[in-house]
Design a protein around this ligand. Structure first.
Ligand code: NIG
Ligand code: FE
Length: 423
């Protein structure tokens, strides 16, 4: 995909074969999460959608060729939104993958000193510039799959200096790239080796120093905690959330990934923006998440790549009226893919979402998870013109393609930022 195009910012996108319009969240959302319009045009002004033409009219009456981008019958969706990524790492971890192929589990490898902790070596040794370069390459990787906004976490530095260096590198890369980034501090990913005998001392450091500094430098919008055996306890997560809230940062949670815990309860209690993984969450937990408007971020790629088969009860979540997002969990350990279209396939096959539900979850669901649902996630008038053109007849083709699809053209705020086509 060519990301080096001259700026192209047309007034119209014409000849749209099908326009997919994910609907803003409401109590009746799940009866029709995505509305489809056939043979329409879009008008863009100041990076936003101004008007959508009537169905059956591929060209606006006042069209002037030089102001129009001809979509040539392609399908149009909003830019995709990846609501849970860990792009600030240096080295891959394929040796662990091979161990899993031979029968060891992710948790066994972690208990043996592998896993997340092995990624801190590279991040601690890298300077900010090196990290920024790597992050930029990864932002290009997301754009290639039609992703125009992401949430991105630190979490492989696990010291005051290295967590802040990671977030500063992220901020610098985001300034230089069209993909919009919502940064998250995940200092509470696992306890680093120097605090092995004093995990509460590490939580003290997070609450006393790391969160306040990240907030002062405006390096993070949210604070995330990995709540699981071998990571952080419920009481530690609650202390971290109290500090985050006092500092004005939103709360996110990795929870119920390998076992049922208190994740749904505390996400609801603290008004967390998202609760992520939630593969073991039970009916009572789903009720709490639905009632409290917590967006559940589904990560089927991590379940699949770790060779497990306990997927989140996504159908129950939809039936109970939850907001759901669907994400790659891009990271070097449990999910090294950046393909959201592939996650749509897994969500349909393994979690039994419909293609329309999966598309909602990678667009408006992602926008809810990024706290940007007033501006991103659909292409209704007033929303940002983040647009993907796909060589596809209809939305069912995206999960059907089984990862074997990238968009032909991507617009960010009305401007072409990536294109397979020669423009
Ligand atoms: O979301 N669960 C914790 N964190 C990541 C895994 C990170 C890693 O293995 O490096 C996840 O799956
Ligand atoms: Fe994660």
């Amino acid at each position: 995909m060519n990301t080096e195009t001259d700026p192209v910012a047309p007034r119209y996108i014409t000849h749209i074969g099908r326009l997919a319009l994910p609907q803003p969240f409401s109590g009746s959302l799940w009866s029709e999460p995505v509305k489809i319009m056939k043979d329409v045009w879009l008008e863009i002004k100041d990076g936003q959608i101004l008007r959508i033409g009537p169905e059956g009219q591929p060209v606006p009456p006042d069209e002037n060729d030089s102001e129009a981008f001809n979509a040539d019958g392609m399908m149009v969706t909003p830019g995709l939104i990846d609501a849970h990524t860990h792009p600030i790492f240096v080295d891959s971890r394929q040796a662990e993958f091979v161990r899993r192929c031979r029968g060891e589990t992710y948790q066994q490898i972690a208990a043996d000193g592998g896993g997340i902790i092995t990624s801190i070596r590279g991040v601690r040794a890298a300077d900010q510039e090196k990290l920024s370069g790597l992050i930029l390459e990864r932002l290009d990787g997301f754009l290639n799959f039609g992703v125009t906004s992401i949430e991105a976490k630190s979490g492989y530095g696990l010291s005051f200096e290295d967590e802040l260096k990671s977030l500063r590198a992220l901020q610098k890369s985001a300034e230089d790239h069209p993909v919009e980034v919502s940064p998250t501090l995940l200092a509470a990913h696992v306890v680093p080796p120097e605090f092995q005998d004093n995990p509460d001392g590490y939580v003290d450091l997070i609450c006393r120093d790391i969160i306040p500094q990240a907030a002062t430098e405006k390096l993070a919008e949210s604070v995330d905690v990995f709540l699981e055996d071998g990571a952080f306890s419920t009481s530690q997560a609650m202390r971290i959330f109290e500090t985050a809230k006092k500092t004005g940062l939103a709360c996110r949670l990795h929870a119920d990934q390998f076992s049922l815990g208190a994740g749904a309860r505390i996400a609801a209690e603290f008004g967390a923006l998202t609760a992520d993984h939630m593969d073991y969450t039970d009916e009572a937990g789903i009720d709490k998440l639905a009632e409290n408007g917590v967006t559940v971020v589904l990560l089927p790629g991590a379940v699949f790549f770790l060779g497990m088969d306990h997927y989140a009860a996504a159908r129950r979540m939809v039936e109970k009226g939850c907001r759901i997002a669907l994400s790659t969990d891009f990271n070097p350990g449990s999910s090294p893919t950046q393909s959201l279209p592939l996650m749509m396939s897994l969500a349909c096959i393994k979690m039994h979402l419909t293609p329309a539900e999966a598309l909602w979850a990678v667009t408006m669901g992602g926008a809810c998870a990024l706290n940007r649902s007033d501006r991103l996630g659909t292409l209704l008038p007033g929303y940002q013109a983040d647009v993907c053109l796909w060589d596809a007849e209809d939305i069912d083709f995206l999960p059907y393609a089984y990862g074997n699809i990238t968009p032909e053209v991507v617009f960010k705020e009305g401007e072409v930022v990536a294109a397979l086509l020669t423009l």
